[in-house]
Design a binder for this molecule. Structure first.
Ligand code: ZN
Length: 301
């Protein structure tokens, strides 16, 4: 099994909540069916007893040597970040807002770009700090158990918490940088916002005059092939896949969970609500991520 199965289903784009999985089922053909059907094993640990689930998750983590973590918006909600930028976000539920997250409108309509910069400016005024969940994951790196951390989030909070950037794949890009759509040059987001504050409503690239955009993956843009390839390798090499704060409905990246499962890795899922892949998990944890995660990966019981 590889991402090709998922790419074929979802055209390589991040899908809207819930849509990706249905596409996978209806249009993906027999290979895509495997991960939702035939490979599912009975999960005896549905979180009727959270304490017992935490103990089981701790035991799995203690025995793992190559852990891959996949995080989604849920890990950042306790940092006060509304999930409006991502593929599952509020933008996508508001047609006008969705335009700003769609590469076609962004590239062709200066008004869309101006509004987008204003929203980013307003967002930058809000203080956003990593929370206990982000910090807890540092333990895995300190103990040399972390293979790779893949995040769907664009907030940069894993790296801000102190995670080694070399171990982090920001599969949907980052809001911390801007990129020129013409010459690919990157610059810090803050430098672009400073220009907006100074009166440029749609600041162009300083090198070539091209359109600047946050270095995030918009609707209509493909994921970075290298990031996707590295994620697939990580999923195949890991002995434990730990999905945190994602409903696992965003393809193709959610595919790392069934890939790890098929390759013999254990699976732990921590999320506030049920996910589309609970049946693949050895342990499902339901609860507050910033409360449960330190208990599961931290040194304290
Ligand atoms: Zn440029």
């Amino acid at each position: 099994m590889s991402f090709r199965d998922f790419c074929r289903c979802a055209s390589g784009e991040p899908s809207k909540k819930g849509v990706g999985s249905r596409r996978g089922l209806e249009a993906g053909g027999p290979q895509a069916m495997v991960y939702v059907g035939a490979s599912a094993r009975q999960n005896p640990f549905m979180s009727a007893d959270l304490e017992e689930s935490i103990a089981r998750a701790r035991a799995l983590i203690e025995g793992a040597r190559r852990i891959v973590v996949l995080t989604g918006a849920g890990i950042s909600t306790d940092s006060g970040i509304a999930d409006f930028r991502g593929p599952q976000g509020l933008w996508t539920k508001n047609p006008e807002a969705e335009k700003m997250a769609n590469i076609r409108y962004y590239m062709t309509d200066p008004e869309v770009r101006k509004r987008s910069w204003q929203i980013k400016l307003a967002g930058a005024e809000q203080e956003r700090r990593p929370n206990a969940g982000h910090y807890a994951l540092l333990e895995l790196e300190k103990r040399d158990q972390l293979h790779t951390l893949i995040t769907q989030n664009v907030d940069g909070l894993h790296v801000e918490a102190g995670m080694n950037p070399d171990r982090v794949i920001e599969i949907h890009g980052t809001l911390r940088e801007v990129v020129c759509m013409q010459c690919d040059q990157r610059a810090p987001m803050e430098s672009a916002l400073e220009r907006v504050r100074a009166g440029e409503s749609d600041p162009p690239c300083r090198s070539c005059g091209g359109i600047l955009k946050s270095a995030t993956i918009s609707f209509g843009q493909g994921l970075v092939a290298e990031d996707l390839a590295n994620s697939e390798v990580a999923a195949k090499e890991c002995d434990l896949m730990f999905a945190i704060g994602t409903t696992l409905g965003v393809y193709p990246i959610a595919g790392v969970v069934p890939i790890a499962h098929e390759c013999g890795g254990s699976v732990i899922i921590l999320n506030a609500e049920a996910t589309e892949m609970d049946r693949l998990a050895d342990v499902n944890l339901r609860g507050s991520i910033s409360e449960v995660l330190p208990r599961v990966v931290g040194g304290e019981g």
